[in-house]
Design a protein around this ligand. Sequence first.
Ligand code: BES
Ligand code: MN
Ligand code: ZN
Length: 493
Amino acid sequence: MEFSIKQSSSDKQRTGCVVVGVYANGKLSAAAQILDVAMQHQLSDLIARGDMEGKVGQTLLLPHVAGCVAERVLLVGLGKSSAFAATQFVDVLRAVFAVLHKSNCKEAALYLTDLAVSDRDEAWKITQAVLVGAESAYRCDHLKSKPADAPILRKVLLACAEKPEAAAKATLAQAVAVAHGMQLTKDLGNLPGNICTPTYLAEQAKSLAKAYKLEVDVLEEKDMEKLGMHSLLSVTRGSRQPAKLITLAYHGGEKKQKPIVLVGKGITFDSGGISLKPGAEMDEMKYDMCGAASVLGTMRAIAEMGLKLNVVVVIPTCENMPDGQASKPGDIVTSMSGQSIEILNTDAEGRLVLCDALTYAARFEPSTVIDVATLTGACVIALGHVATGLFSNQDDLAQELLAAGQYTQDRAWQMPLWEEYQPLLDSNFADMQNIGGRAGGSITAACFLSRFTKEYRWAHLDIAGTAWKSGKDKGATGRPVPLLTQYLMQQAK
Ligand code: BES
Ligand code: MN
Ligand code: ZN
């Protein structure tokens, strides 16, 4: 889907469909009023008749209306004019794109980004229009023998009453970059484990590097052996697929500027290993690389934007499989940091790969490290599918990430990392054990990681509940790419 932004009057725009808003009190938006005059008040008449109440997201598609140069008019309800909130604006956009996709229009002009939304600026409205539009057009059916036809709607104009400033055009380009990043994240997440292997992820990183002139480095198992990454390597022992440690570096900032390092969990399939998972919905463990997919998507977005910042992505990736060679409960391994770990449950593998990647991250002398992982089922129990779990050893970093999530509607919620939880990881035989029991499972997982991140500013995002949807709409969500890109854009300022 192609997006553009320009000044345009709703009564003069030749397009497949002009989309204008109507408030719940029967009041027309400015663009709707202009159209109403050109259409000899047909809009106010139909509102007076009660055909359009203006409830949030209510739609009415009018084909071939006399007096309108566009082929169709789509009215969309905006609710009460006094408090048009961010979530309602998104609901309106979703409703609009759903109707447009059902119609036969190839192009549409949306007169919506001029509407006042409480606590949100123009950049936000433009970005949401692009992200919701891109989301509505997303398909992942290329593995079907007969994929559905591509969406008919190809061009979307964000129409403004005044000539848009250069900043608005730049925002549009940035939003498109975020949409591309999310698309990559979704595509990788949705791929099955037999296609999206660690080797496949490494190839993806290499092609990103080629396309955006990034520096790429892929460590093989023998390299990891030399570095002493025995914790990471313990996870891949049961797999026939070779593990990889992928590094991608983007140099958008000044040479001496310390990079922000994003670490993404890349378990391309998590069977649980010898601590095998139950069969129900085990297929969803193909999504256990969504942390990796989201940091790659974020990298793609910021590289396309040309953000003035240095960012490094580190991805520990392997499969977690049961086998005669696989790690067993009770096995003890020594991590790259030198700390020993008793593996009491081979299904708590995410932290085992992340801890070595986090130790490795220190070599980039980072200003900040953020890891992203589908780490615990307990996080889903705590926060459901709405908020990402956020943990940090620095409160100002936590606040910045929370704000980025709030602004982009890709929200996170801070969880505690208090000392009181640490003893739950005590082991009789090693420096720590890899599980802390059922209580506070996402917190003890974060506590485990915190033991490897003492030297730098660090935050951990547990995206187990937010990276994908289950059931009828099963699929990767592209989260937390909006949160991460927003955070990075703030840092580049
Ligand atoms: N990848 C899973 C976490 C997960 C589970 C994400 C369900 C999304 C949905 C992780 O590797 C895992 O298995 N964690 C265990 C940890 C436990 C053994 C301490 C879990 O959450 O059950
Ligand atoms: Mn697991
Ligand atoms: Zn896992």
